[in-house]
Ligand binder design. Structure first.
Ligand code: GLY
Length: 318
């Protein structure tokens, strides 16, 4: 049965990604399961009449708790073997944004980013200070080392052996969600552990407005993933928004901005986009990117290029 929120105006859409990169075959089932669970969790918030921002954050929570993804628990490690995470939220109605960079030892960095947006007179807080700010206001702390997984440790050893400290994929990568709610408002939420073997203190693209994400009710909303330094140099999220302003569809704008990044910088990335009409864009220039969206009673998902599966969701009667 449709909820009161459905059909009241704009279509409800909750779109997520679980990171672009070199996902190994054995990692595919958990990624697909995780992005579908996240899309469903976020959509339930929208269906209950919730705001796009609440829905996007709820979807990201699911992936931050799942070590199939490089965010929260399961984040990749810096060169000293520590977790330092980045996260960003943006509200398309107000253009308000909040972010944290290199934050240690919190279960849900996306909650810390939201707190910065709602409770600080700034957009971005970093490091221990960001953690203190967030934990003092109720964000759940994690004991030192609790977010470190054996897989992340193995990925760090590999990065050190190869001498390649730019890898953003260890079978998991950045996560993100974009949403449009029943009032037509948009939001974006993105969270990551960054790149394996990164320098201590490295800040990636994710917490930077216009790079890791963007939301503007007059156009659309974006969350990005991939090689952070390349995304920063191309302002990937805002580049997609600019192309949509020029009249491109969500899909064409996303694809074109990624093609430009690939052409100029020869690196991998991906992005998810929603227009303010609820049109969906999903594109990546990497081997794989897990994604899923719930729109009406349909769950769409995929991970390989050109893969697009659709399932009808049977709602439980209340
Ligand atoms: N896109 C995630 C990072 O490079 O930090």
């Amino acid at each position: 049965m449709a909820s009161a929120a459905e059909g009241a105006g704009a279509p409800l859409v909750l779109l997520v990604h679980g990171g672009a990169g070199d996902v190994a075959d054995e990692g595919v089932p958990r990624k697909l399961e995780g992005v579908r669970r996240a899309a469903q969790a976020g959509y339930e918030v929208l269906r209950g009449g919730g705001a796009a921002l609440d829905a996007a954050v709820a979807a990201v929570h699911v992936m931050e708790d799942d070590d199939a993804f490089n965010a929260g628990y399961g984040s990749v490690l810096n060169v000293d073997g520590e977790v330092e995470m980045d996260a960003l939220v943006m509200d398309g109605k107000t253009l308000n944004a909040g972010a944290v960079g290199v934050i240690p030892d919190v279960r849900h960095p996306i909650d810390a980013a939201r707190l910065v947006m709602e409770c600080a007179p700034h957009v971005l807080l970093v490091g221990e200070a960001a953690k203190r700010f967030a934990v003092a206001r109720g964000v759940e702390a994690a004991p030192p080392g609790a977010l470190v997984t054996p897989r992340a440790q193995a990925a760090l050893r590999q990065a050190v052996e190869r001498g390649d400290y730019t890898m953003h994929d260890t079978g998991g990568s950045t996560v993100g969600a974009v949403a449009i709610d029943s009032r037509g408002h948009l939001a974006s939420a993105t969270s990551t552990g960054g790149t394996s073997g990164k320098m201590v203190g490295r800040v990636g693209d994710t917490p930077l407005v216009g790079c890791g994400g963007y939301a503007d009710d007059t156009v659309g909303t974006v969350s990005t993933t991939g090689h952070g330094e390349s995304i920063i140099k191309t302002n990937l999220a805002h580049s997609i928004i600019v192309l949509m302003r020029q009249g491109l569809s969500a899909q064409d704008a996303t694809q074109r901005a990624l093609d430009e990044l690939g052409r100029r910088l020869n690196n991998t990335a991906g992005a998810i986009t929603l227009s303010n009409k609820g049109d969906v864009g999903v594109a990546f220039i990497s081997k794989r990117m897990s994604w899923a969206y719930r729109k009406g009673n349909e769950m769409h998902y995929g991970i390989d290029p050109d893969q697009h599966c659709v399932e009808i969701v049977q709602e439980k009667e209340n």
